[in-house]
Design a binder for this molecule. Structure first.
Ligand code: SAM
Length: 314
């Protein structure tokens, strides 16, 4: 069998050898704007793969030409996946290496690839990540909002009703939210977000990240909605929204805490403990503790109050 041809890529006219790849599906992240954001491993993988599966071969060619990569490409997108998926699977089953790229960023993140990865993993074949740019993380790390708990919800539904219903499901999620949005819907979406999540929720509109007109606007949702209603932004947009304020203790929550405290201490001490834990007024809590204590004692005196059914029909 003839030796596999030596593959290479070029950076600033310097040529680099791309070592041979083990068979498998390589998920390769590509730039979201700035072509310099290609990693060396991504270049080497694209150069050495037997085949590059890409959303739009013309878009990927800009990247491969820039880096002197001559690997054959095949289109794999939403509209042809039914036809192309079996072809890619046949290549992988035959022991070849396939690199999957999208037009920009990380494949599968609001981009095609999920079905392919699911089928490949179902057969027990290798899937190898080649991490790199994604608008989701680029926006999150410049937003200045908490990053410990994050919910990425991709694109919201385009129609108003379903979009608002989706936002309602996100309203009390205790996480920073990250959304993708098209520039011509961003004003409507910000208005819906402000109306449902609250005009005061801190938020960020991150536009054209890593590109010439990169802009990051940080303001409460209400202000962003007003600002962009008048002048819809151009270019690619990520919205990042801070988590909801910590829930204020409701009367029902306070009652629950008082009842628990009254099980082990007198009313005044229970009121003091709950006041410290919740910041609620101690005198008001004491009054409520006495009421609850009265009710609890009345329950104790009531033979039916323990919930047992001692009467007929048992
Ligand atoms: N797979 C990509 C990723 O990893 O970010 C996302 C693909 S999705 C089809 C395209 C959306 O990503 C855009 O509509 C926009 O919301 C966001 N996006 C992509 N590039 C961006 C950029 N340079 N600046 C801001 N948002 C960007």
């Amino acid at each position: 069998m003839p030796d596999a041809p030596v593959r290479s890529f070029a950076v600033d006219a310097r040529s680099f050898t791309a070592p041979a790849l083990a068979p498998g599906l390589y998920i390769v992240a590509t730039p979201i704007g700035h072509l310099g954001d290609m990693t060396l491993r991504a270049l080497s993988t694209l150069a050495a793969a037997d085949l590059i599966a890409c959303e739009d071969t013309r878009v990927t060619r800009v990247l491969t030409e820039r880096y002197g990569i001559r690997t054959p490409t095949i289109a794999y997108h939403e509209h042809n996946s039914g036809r192309q998926l079996p072809k890619l699977m046949a290549e992988l089953v035959a022991g070849r290496s396939v690199a999957l790229v999208s037009d920009a960023g990380t494949p599968l993140i609001s981009d095609p690839g999920y079905r392919l990865v699911a089928e490949v993993t179902a057969l027990g074949l290798p899937v190898i990540p080649i991490p790199g740019p994604s608008a989701l993380l680029a926006a999150l790390v410049v937003a200045g909002l908490p990053t410990d708990t994050v919910l990425f919800s991709g694109f919201l539904p385009q129609k108003g009703g379903p979009r608002r219903r989706r936002i309602e499901t996100l309203a009390i999620v205790p996480a920073t939210l990250v959304l993708y949005e098209s520039p011509h819907r961003v004003a409507e979406t910000l208005a819906d977000l402000a109306a449902i999540l609250g005009a005061d929720r801190p938020a960020v509109v991150a536009r054209e990240l890593t590109k010439l007109y990169e802009t990051v606007v940080r303001a409460p949702l209400g202000e962003l909605a007003e600002r962009f209603a008048g002048a819809p932004p151009k270019g690619e947009i990520v919205l990042v929204i801070g988590p909801p304020p910590e829930r204020e203790t409701s009367e029902a929550d306070a009652d629950q805490l008082l009842v628990a405290a009254l099980a082990t201490m007198p009313a005044s001490a229970a009121a003091g403990d709950v006041a410290r834990a919740t910041g609620l007024d101690r005198r008001e809590l004491y009054r409520r503790a006495l009421e609850l204590k009265g009710a609890l004692q009345a329950d104790d005196d009531d033979p039916d109050a323990d919930g047992r059914d001692d009467g007929e029909g048992a």
